[in-house]
Design a protein around this ligand. Structure first.
Ligand code: ATP
Ligand code: TZP
Ligand code: MG
Ligand code: MG
Length: 268
């Protein structure tokens, strides 16, 4: 996988404008839609059991996010996920807050049992709790566990037979055999709610145009982190509100050339 392959996926997202079907949480819905538009994808949010299968059929990726889950929404997620599986459409899963309550953990595990998930993206505690390890988590924010995110991601990818992304200061991306560490990003991302959730949907957009999930993931993670670095340079001194707006601007302004020059990743 060379630098050019990684940087070229962004232009394909912009050229192909993939429809991304999101079943997500009420906190991040608007930010996710605006972020996907800025990247060059086309967002849609649809939850009703009467329509999710039809919406999946016209989409290039399905994103499932349990941030403000309830039983009915989880049923829609399973229905949408099974339809995506039948059609070969990638399913990206964000197990927001898994481990914070038994219900959340149970529902996250039900989704991965019933749906063949292509990528799981979460913080370390969420991924560990999906695996059945009881790592501390504070609501939707990762706890203070000091274990290795690389080991955890590889174990999760092997056990769940999927591609895993664990984000944090550095992001780990692995299919269980090949593993990358991406160090683009900025700590101010943690002061804006929904930056993890939007990243999951951006991975969906990239996976919608590129079947190789490691390549799609590497490209999405580098791109997203570079947009944050540029947003910090321009507006970070003003605080998280201005940073959030500038980050949306940068999601539309970062180019494939920027990725080629500024991406910071290595195989580990
Ligand atoms: P949490 O709720 O634990 O913050 P999250 O779901 O919001 O998790 P993050 O892990 O915060 O997701 O990841 C969102 C984005 O922020 C990713 O692009 C990640 O690389 C970036 N990020 C998180 N922490 C840092 C950091 N300390 N330095 C640089 N980038 C970071
Ligand atoms: N509560 C339920 S979902 C949610 C909150 C605060 C948003 C979490 O977003 P992210 O991307 O994990 O920070
Ligand atoms: Mg966060
Ligand atoms: Mg999150």
């Amino acid at each position: 996988m060379n630098h050019h392959d990684v940087s070229s996926i962004l232009q394909r997202v912009r050229d192909e404008n993939p429809l991304v079907h999101n079943i997500t949480n009420v906190v991040v819905t608007n930010f996710t839609a605006n972020g996907l538009l800025a990247v060059g994808a086309s967002p849609v949010m649809a939850y009703a059991p009467e329509e999710v299968a039809d919406m999946v059929r016209i989409s290039r990726a399905l994103v499932l996010n349990i941030g403000t889950l309830n039983k009915d929404v989880v049923s829609s997620m399973v229905l949408a996920g099974k339809t995506a599986n039948e059609l070969g459409i990638p399913v990206i899963f964000d197990p927001v807050g898994a481990g914070a309550t038994p219900f959340r953990t149970e529902m996250a595990q039900k989704i991965i049992e019933e749906v063949n998930v292509s990528v799981i993206r979460g913080n370390a505690a969420e991924v560990a709790n999906v695996l059945g390890e009881k790592w501390e988590i504070k609501g939707v924010d990762g706890g203070t566990h000091q274990g290795s995110n690389i080991e955890l991601a590889v174990t999760a990818a092997q056990k769940l037979n999927t591609t895993v992304v664990i984000t944090g200061k550095d992001d780990v991306l692995t299919d269980g055999t090949t593993t990358y560490l991406v160090s683009n990003g900025h700590p101010l991302l943690t002061k804006v709610t929904g930056t993890g959730c939007l990243l999951t949907s951006v991975i969906g957009a990239f996976a919608g145009v590129e079947k190789n999930l490691l390549l799609a993931g590497l490209s999405a993670l580098s791109f997203y982190g570079i947009a944050a670095e540029k947003a910090f340079e321009k507006a970070g001194h003003l605080g998280p509100g201005s940073f959030q707006i500038e980050f949306l601007n940068q999601l539309s302004l970062v180019t494939s050339e920027d990725i080629e020059q500024l991406s910071s990743y290595k195989q580990v």
